[in-house]
Design a protein around this ligand. Structure first.
Ligand SMILES: Cc1cc2nc3c(=O)[nH]c(=O)nc-3n(C[C@H](O)[C@H](O)[C@H](O)COP(=O)(O)OP(=O)(O)OC[C@H]3O[C@@H](n4cnc5c(N)ncnc54)[C@H](O)[C@@H]3O)c2cc1C
Ligand code: SF4
Ligand code: SF4
Length: 314
């Protein structure tokens, strides 16, 4: 046994980091929610005829492994409220329900994830990708239907004057839903300015329109989309449902985490810590990435933490 380490956050990156670290350490996995999995609990399986490789079930399988791993102690409904750095350890102050406990650890993986962009354009028929994912999973959102007119609107809330980075996941999830919609016989349009993902550019039977979106106006049971075409012409079209490709935001708690764990923030995301103890970051705390990338980031960060801990001992 090498040491006692803590992983904070149990999304795809946190659970993979915890599994890797449990090979040689005892691991304290701290999660503020009442269940493990992070955003995995809000995402749906998009495949029906064939698996569309969205990564959700790969993440869910890891949760089962974490629950069975004896070297991982799981603390749910738990929040870090303070940390002090001692000579070779950190003392974490953790609030769990009504109680506050202190735990000494040799190293920390921060895997506290991201927030989701909230659109103020949402109505019953204009739905954010995040809400569609959640409602589709719960069976509240109805599946695509033959003859239904569906439009996907890319880069909603990303790559604009507020958030100038690419969220990297929304082209992928929208492409999977668009494929499913065409398979169900819906008529699918994708409005875009730039399509970053190859899969999103190559779906059959999809109408791609390069356009700047103006507004959505409810008209009986449909939505009129007003937009400016590539030729600078004002146009409009009617749809039954609009799905907005909403992306990732840095978590609103990153500022507080940064001052506690001495993180350097770039565009609100955190790659490195300058604390006097081995601390590494993983997953979407570092920047936008999908589930499989987050899982890999967790494994990598666990390895990085181990080598930092070993170097400190030598
Ligand atoms: C609308 C939408 C759809 C998506 N669809 C897909 C898809 O189909 N396929 C795909 O591969 N990716 C998809 N993604 C991306 C996917 O959600 C992320 O890649 C993944 O969730 C990142 O995992 P993570 O571990 O970094 O963070 P998260 O999943 O955000 O997990 C972070 C965890 O840390 C916990 N936490 C936060 N702060 C603290 C704290 N202070 N103390 C304790 N715990 C804390 C949180 O409660 C949470 O459980 C989608 C994203 C969005 C927004
Ligand atoms: S990877 Fe995604 S689409 Fe494929 S079976 Fe798993 S959850 Fe469904
Ligand atoms: S992943 Fe696609 S939809 Fe999302 S911000 Fe990047 S280019 Fe836009």
């Amino acid at each position: 046994m090498v040491g006692v380490v803590s992983v904070i956050g149990s999304g795809p990156s946190g659970i993979s980091a915890a599994l890797e670290l449990a090979k040689d350490n005892s691991v304290l996995l701290i999660e503020q929610a009442g269940m493990l999995g992070g955003k995995l609990n809000e995402l749906s399986c998009k495949g029906e005829i064939e698996c569309l490789e969205c990564g959700v079930c790969s993440g869910l399988k890891l949760i089962d492994r974490v629950k069975k791993e004896k070297k991982i102690e799981i603390m749910l409904e738990s929040k870090i409220v303070g940390v002090s750095f001692l000579e070779s350890k950190a003392c974490l102050r953790i609030e769990q329900r009504e109680q506050t406990v202190e735990r000494l650890v040799d190293g920390i993986v921060l895997a506290t994830g991201h927030d989701i962009y909230k659109s103020n354009e949402e109505t019953d028929r204009v739905i954010s990708g995040a809400r569609f994912e959640r409602e589709f999973r719960l069976g509240i959102a109805h599946d695509f239907e033959k003859g239904e007119k569906v439009a996907f609107v890319q880069c909603h809330g990303s790559r604009d004057r507020h958030f100038n980075y690419c969220s990297r996941v929304c082209c992928k999830y929208a492409a999977r839903f668009a494929k499913r919609a065409t398979e169900k016989g819906a008529s699918v349009t994708v409005f875009y300015l730039d399509l970053r993902d190859k899969k999103m550019r190559e779906i059959e039977n999809v109408r791609y329109i390069r356009a700047k979106i103006g507004e959505f106006v409810l008209d009986n049971n449909q939505v009129v989309v007003r937009y400016t075409s590539e030729n600078e012409e004002p146009c409009e079209d009617k749809y039954d449902r609009i799905i907005l490709s909403t992306g990732l935001l840095p978590s609103s708690s990153n500022q507080a985490l940064a001052s506690m764990f001495r993180l350097e923030l770039v565009d609100g995301f955190a790659e490195r810590s300058y604390a006097p103890l081995p601390i590494v970051t993983a997953g979407t705390l570092r920047g936008p990435m999908d589930i499989i990338e987050s899982i890999n980031s967790g494994y990598q960060s666990a390895k990085e933490l181990m080598s930092k801990m070993n170097a400190k001992r030598e």
